[in-house]
Design a protein around this ligand. Sequence first.
Ligand SMILES: C[S@@+](CC[C@H](N)C(=O)[O-])C[C@H]1O[C@@H](n2cnc3c(N)ncnc32)[C@H](O)[C@@H]1O
Length: 531
Amino acid sequence: MAEEEDHLQQLRSKATELFIREEWKDSIDAYSHFITLCTQNLSHSQTQTHSDPQKLRRSLCIALCNRAEARSKLKDFHSALQDCDHALELDATHSKTLLCKGKILLCLNRYSMAMKCFTTAILDPQHCGNSECLNGYLEKCKKLEFLSRTGSLDLSDWVANGFRGKVPELAEYIGAVQIKKSEISGRGLFATKNIDAGSVILVTKAIAMERSILLGGKDPCEEAQLAMWKNFIDKVSDSVRKCHKTRGLIGMLSSGENEDELDVPDVDLFRPEGLENVMPCDEDADMVKLLAILDVNSLTEDAVSANVLRKNHDCYYGVGMWLLPAFINHSCCPNARRLHVGDYLVVHASKDLKAGEEITFAYLDPLCSLSKRKEMSVTWGIHCKCKRCRFEGELFSKQEMKEIEIGLERGMDVGSVVYKLEEQMKRWKVRGKEKGYLRASFWSAYSEAYRSEKAMKRWGRRIPTVEAVIDSITDVVGGDHRLLKLLMEELKKKSGGIVEMEKIFKLGKEVFGKVVKKQAARTLLELCIGD
Ligand SMILES: C[S@@+](CC[C@H](N)C(=O)[O-])C[C@H]1O[C@@H](n2cnc3c(N)ncnc32)[C@H](O)[C@@H]1O
């Protein structure tokens, strides 16, 4: 008996030493060995070889708790949670395990469950040493739980501080949306209630994300990009391997084939606190399918609709996988935009949305011509048939239109391009939204003309005002930072009044979403001009 006890003692000391040295993998192995022997010893109650089973049970509880901590350091949250539950079966009020479990649940965005752990731990009379830390976690949990219920995030302090300090912690939030069959392609995300422009629709943490900081240049070199993609794929595979819920959810995404035949999942499955055991998929991840899914659904931070809130204008190139936003289809007249805050993706309405309306992003730049959009859509493997593409498709076959486009490409005076287009629109009786489509397609000519003193001297009186053009483009493509920038430059020239400023704030909300209070909004807008 003494020999067995010595052996257990040695194993425990070795595991603890490795744990203190933060050698997580080796400490997990050592604790696993100890846990197996302990469990065998305790389960053979008749032949029990330990002199003090009560003490052994306590040691087992601590070993499970430490293995959980080590596993969570390696982001193996699933196994770590199982260890915590096992430890809590031995001692339901073990405060260190409750703290560990609460922290893991927080990482998994299961705020109310985490809150229960911290509250129970605080009630434990032996928690005294951890009191401050537990209260801190409890406060954080309450804040995040509120955010996950309401979606009312406030990034004011961080933005007003020039993005200094830690990236604010966000919580998962799913607004009034559902997944349904889409007329665009396969499934799409739809509003279930009216949503105002600027309102946050989703806040989602990436299941995996990889960034490269590329110094000295905007275009990431191929080698750095390849390395980043490789790391990203490794991270996704790791998270899919470790969590069957992630595996089940990612398996529901499109791999680009037979999209119209895919099942329509319930949006509730994507809630962090949603049921774990509803996942149909428990098979091993098929790497070929996984790569196809990543190809179709990964998002890059530098995309047109992605405003990256970050420090110092570092040249980042980031790629990530966010599950629910992967159901958002493309439109050349998008009504939503995305914002990257750390590993979180914040999706907000860039126009007012009606209940039942499909939520769409711009995968491709909506402020460029049909031919350029067509060229870019090849990379996405999509053939867009939206109203705008259909309308422009018919018009772009007209000789006059071809001449305007070729003229622009060959460096024709931008003022005259704008003038010609406006005159043609009158002749063709183009009205309402359709005017916005064409102005958006020739945005480069409009923005250059309005910024050129020479062009404005010559054409200024014969072309519509900046405000009128921006209004009509915003009406079709929603808020866009380039429109905002031009509007602000105009305001500076004219030193505009309150009405103009309100217009800018409104457009700012459509571009960045309602994520900051008014004072911080000014900082954001200044950053927009400085871009
Ligand atoms: C990120 S997924 C969007 C959700 C997808 N419809 C589904 O059912 O899972 C991207 C894929 O949706 C399809 N898609 C999205 N927008 C489209 C559009 N405007 N026209 C045609 N296909 C589109 C393409 O097959 C694209 O590869």
